[in-house]
Design a protein around this ligand. Structure first.
Ligand code: UP5
Ligand code: MG
Length: 190
């Protein structure tokens, strides 16, 4: 990171809560590097790596890829970046993920954003996305929602207790949502 301490933001929220969409705007406005854990894993499938089949099977079931694999991939992206500001989108998805990241990277996030969205809205958005994702079908969405509630919400609660959590109401227009995101980063600039 060119000698600078990294500035890490975790971006959390259920499937279809708008993490990726808002990350694009944060990148434009604040110059972060966007690392979507899901995109990184999907690239790994596409590149026919040794873990590709295992990752594909896991994503189809809406389950969580072993921490070791995901953290190493994120680490590789961070270490090959010139930037020191990172948005890590869709990770950590479980307490185990979180602990593995802290251990391997020796770092904690500076900020955690949580896009809070009702389930029926998330289901509607994911079903109408139409990008050919293997997990965008009603069966897998139901599983993703269950995993989110059981394993990801504890991570959200952990960061809330640590005073690092910023909860965003994820229902509304893209602008309305970004209006809530803006002050979080403005406050941490300079
Ligand atoms: N949209 C966005 N904002 C909107 C708004 N305000 N109003 C109306 N529509 C809005 O948005 C989803 C859709 O909604 C889009 O069509 C968008 O235009 C519209 P998006 O920004 O894509 O939402 P996002 O939260 O990014 O949804 P995504 O489906 O990517 O979230 P997931 O967390 O489910 O998916 P991810 O890619 O992170 O992970 C996929 C799978 O990979 C996981 O289920 C898991 O199996 C695996 N995985 C791991 O195992 N480990 C990891 O660390 C990460 C992933
Ligand atoms: Mg996404």
């Amino acid at each position: 990171f060119r000698g600078k301490a990294p500035f890490i933001t975790f971006v959390l929220g259920g499937p279809g809560s708008g993490k990726g969409t808002q990350c694009e705007r944060i990148v434009e406005k604040f110059g972060f590097t966007h690392l979507s854990a899901g995109d990184i894993l999907r690239r790994e499938i596409a590149s026919n790596s040794e873990y590709g089949t295992m990752i594909l099977d896991t994503i189809k079931e809406g389950k969580i890829v072993p921490s070791e694999v995901t953290v190493r991939l994120i680490q590789k992206e961070m270490e090959s970046s010139d930037n020191y500001k990172f948005l890590i989108d869709g990770f950590p998805r479980s307490e185990e993920n979180r602990i593995a990241f802290e251990k391997i990277m020796g770092a904690e996030p500076n900020i955690v954003l949580f896009f809070d969205c009702p389930e029926e809205e998330m289901v509607k958005r994911v079903l109408s996305r139409n990008q050919g994702r293997v997990d965008d079908n009603i069966d897998t969405i139901r599983k993703r929602l269950k995993v989110f509630e059981a394993l990801n919400l504890p991570v959200v609660n952990y960061y809330s207790k640590r005073g690092k959590l910023y909860t965003i109401n994820a229902v509304g227009t893209l602008n309305e949502i970004f209006e809530q995101v803006l002050p979080v980063f403005s406050a941490h600039e300079g």
